[in-house]
Design a protein around this ligand. Structure first.
Ligand code: ZN
Length: 366
């Protein structure tokens, strides 16, 4: 199956400002690790285009797109930019090249959608900005590239698109976009009680949305259980022609902004199952605030999509990249030794707790 990775030079710049959780190595690191392992060459690497104004306004309001460009160019946000658009806040700061960076995330996802139309899988690790609203920045997201990817598939004539979100946070922006759209089913697994607080198990959006809020400590066995008994049946029943999946690395053990405890192996298994459902798969990044767990997870994910097993031991060039990382939110004593020497985490199996098992009936029942 054809596979593409949508990257970009802009992801080698640190954005967001120094005290922001996203001011760490992320998509650029994934690209570097994949190259260090020999998993990326000109046949599969795509330089993400910058989404045009017309492409962004397919979903976002023109006045908002213009505001993002203006604050990015000037470096200044007015009181109105903060209150009306959520721009220039601690959550959604203004930083140099904000606009091209946010528009590149969208361009990569739109390009991913175009690439897979005739079959294949495309991975945009810089994408997954699932909180973006039509006219407001929200939850570190300025635009909503998952929505634009799904719209690209629908505009090309597909009738049924499945969106699955495995990030630790509820995909409120994507669910809102498709609340009245019977051609799109959204399924989200996220940590209960976490920001933004939406996505209760009873919440079905406009009808097709399904939400599985899971407790802290969520383990591999629990994800396997929910995939087998809830997500895959709901996915199959919907008969999708394409799948878009956001694989937030913040659901992994060791992430400073979530309490979930998955290994990367469980996320790879989940994505493989979804990939095998249809001829067309788009994989997006999403959250993830620990550069070691994020880099290893998304690099191994690309390896899985390309049919490469994680090399043991990890070659020196890849180890050097991991050794060169830093992150203010992850204390030295919390850094696991294997983060520097392996791609695959040890399995994080455990009991399937009753509150997790109960979600199956809640989301699959009438
Ligand atoms: Zn998240």
């Amino acid at each position: 199956m054809a596979a593409w990775l949508c990257g970009g030079a802009i992801y080698h710049e640190t954005g967001y400002g120094s005290d922001h959780p996203l001011a760490i190595a992320r998509a650029g690191l994934v690209e570097d690790l994949c190259r260090a392992l020999g998993w990326l060459d000109e046949t599969c690497f795509v330089e993400s285009p910058v989404a045009s104004h017309a492409e962004l306004t397919r979903y976002h309001e023109p006045v908002y797109v213009e505001a993002v460009r203006r604050v990015s160019d000037s470096g200044l946000a007015s009181a109105e930019d903060r209150t009306r658009f959520g721009l220039g806040t601690r959550e959604n700061p203004i930083f140099p090249r904000l606009y091209p960076r946010a528009a590149t995330a969208c361009g990569g996802s739109i390009e991913a959608a175009r690439r897979v139309l005739d079959g294949g899988v495309a991975f945009n690790p810089g994408g997954g900005t699932h909180h973006g609203m039509p006219a407001r920045a929200h939850g570190f997201c300025y635009f909503n590239d998952p929505v634009l990817a799904v719209l690209t598939l629908l505009d090309a004539g597909l009738d049924r698109v499945l969106y699955v979100d495995l990030d630790a946070h509820h995909c409120d922006g994507v669910q809102l976009a498709f609340r009245a759209e019977p051609r799109v089913r959204t399924i989200s697994i996220h940590e209960a009680g976490r920001w933004p607080g939406t996505g209760a198990a009873s919440d079905r959006g406009g009808g097709e949305a399904r939400n599985l809020p899971v407790p802290a400590g969520f383990n591999d066995s629990e994800l396997d259980h929910l995939m087998a008994h809830a997500v895959m049946p709901l996915a199959t029943e919907f008969e999708p022609e394409a799948v878009v999946v956001t694989v937030g690395a913040d659901a992994l053990a060791g992430d400073p902004l979530s309490g979930l405890a998955l290994s990367n192996r469980a996320l790879w298994r989940a994505v493989r199952g979804l990939r095998d459902l249809t001829p067309r798969t788009i994989v997006l990044g999403g959250g993830g605030y620990n550069p070691w767990t994020l880099g290893r997870c998304w690099t191994g994910l690309w390896g899985m999509l390309r049919g490469h097993a994680p090399p043991v031991p990890l070659p020196p060039a890849a180890r050097a990249l991991l050794a060169g990382l830093d992150c203010e939110l992850v204390d030295d004593e919390d850094r696991a030794p294997e983060w520097l020497s392996t791609l695959a985490d040890p399995p994080a199996d455990g009991p399937v707790r009753a509150e997790v098992a109960a979600l199956v009936e809640m989301v699959t029942g009438g």
